[in-house]
Design a protein around this ligand. Structure first.
Ligand SMILES: [Zn+2]
Ligand SMILES: [Zn+2]
Length: 348
């Protein structure tokens, strides 16, 4: 028996032949196991979806209640039998509800981690290491140059800028699922207890996080007249990244544009996006988190997917860790989050 008998890459995504299900399929399938709610992993139109209750709620919020014909909620740690294959979801530490899918069958266990990070995040359950024969890892930041600084330092730079420029609005670009809520929580932890103003495109997911028990403190809609400019001086506004760059941003007082993303560690990217204050805050593991995880789990095989696979393959080869690249297609590298039409810039 080979590991590929249990899970194998296909054009639609990772497929489990004995259980006849896909993990994070990129096309509609009969039965899907979904690791988390980011748009490139969680698509609508599957007949049946097994996911954590939070991920199912996120999918319903984004796609409408009819996103699947059948929802199968699975709490963290609970094992579900699918055609003789055991599927258990354990926390991945990526965003609210995010899970690693631990798939076991005939004495073999494979963990498909989806997207993950290892550092603390008050908006979701921490990554839980699971010993398995095969560990499937993302590789978004899979090069040694990617070193994410402590997020508290990045938030301190934002607050320092707010103190320095009290007459300007600080406009922080953050993706709607996960990043926006994490930035708000980090601001609260750093002592910023004033009302935080948010773009309309973020409100429903903020409300969902709050319903799920994540305390975001006082929030208000960033509704200021479009004409004239000069709105909300001295305040912090959180918005989808695209909105911080377009016409919508002109209503604020000489906005300082910030962007919270792991990619902001790459100066050229920040410059190219016209970001004045890049904040290196990521929901993905950086190089050290990825390689430390491989060392800690010491699986028989590491399978590497979406991102920079070559550097991690080389790292594994040098340490005698068996590894292969899955070359799955259809996953996005922009922090796993595509801005869908209507998610941001269109709202004026
Ligand atoms: Zn991803
Ligand atoms: Zn993701």
């Amino acid at each position: 028996m080979r590991f590929e008998d249990l899970l194998r890459p296909t054009p639609q995504g990772l497929y489990c032949p004995p259980g006849d299900f896909f993990i994070d399929p990129v096309q509609p399938v009969a039965r899907a196991v979904i690791t988390h709610g980011h748009a490139d992993h969680a698509r609508s139109g599957h007949d049946a979806v097994l996911a954590t209750p939070q991920t199912l709620a996120i999918m319903a919020e984004r796609y409408g209640e009819a996103f699947t014909a059948r929802r199968q909620p699975s709490a963290y740690g609970e094992a579900t039998d699918i055609g003789g294959v055991s599927v258990r979801l354990v926390p991945a530490g990526h965003v609210l509800g995010s899970a690693q899918a631990v798939v076991s069958w005939r004495g073999m266990t494979i963990t498909a981690s989806g997207d993950y990070k290892r550092r603390p995040d008050a908006t979701c359950a921490p990554f839980e290491p699971v010993r398995s024969h095969v560990f499937i890892s993302e590789a978004t930041f899979g090069l040694p140059v990617f070193v994410h600084p402590p997020d508290g330092e990045e938030i301190a730079r934002l607050l320092e800028s707010v103190r320095q420029f009290p007459e300007r609005t600080h406009l922080v670009g953050a993706y709607a699922l996960g990043k926006a809520q994490r930035v708000i929580r980090l601001l609260r932890e750093a002592g910023w207890d004033r009302t935080i103003h948010v773009h309309g495109a973020l409100e429903r997911l903020n409300a969902l996080y709050q319903r799920e028990g994540v305390d975001l403190g006082p929030l208000a809609s960033a509704t200021v007249p479009a004409r004239g400019g000069g709105g909300l001086p001295g305040e912090i506004v959180i918005a989808p990244p695209s909105a911080t760059q377009d016409r919508w941003s002109r209503r604020f007082a000489e906005p300082v544009t910030a962007f919270a993303s792991g990619w902001m560690g790459v100066r050229a990217r920040a410059r190219q996006k016209g970001v004045e204050l890049p904040l290196v805050i990521s929901d993905h593991a950086d190089w050290a988190e990825l390689t430390d995880t491989f060392t800690e789990l010491a699986p028989e095989e590491v399978w590497i997917t979406h991102g920079r696979e070559e550097g991690l393959l080389r790292w594994c080869a040098l340490r005698g860790q068996t590894a292969r690249a899955l070359r799955l297609v259809g996953y996005d590298e922009e922090e796993g989050e595509v801005e869908t039409p209507g998610s941001g810039a269109a709202i004026d």
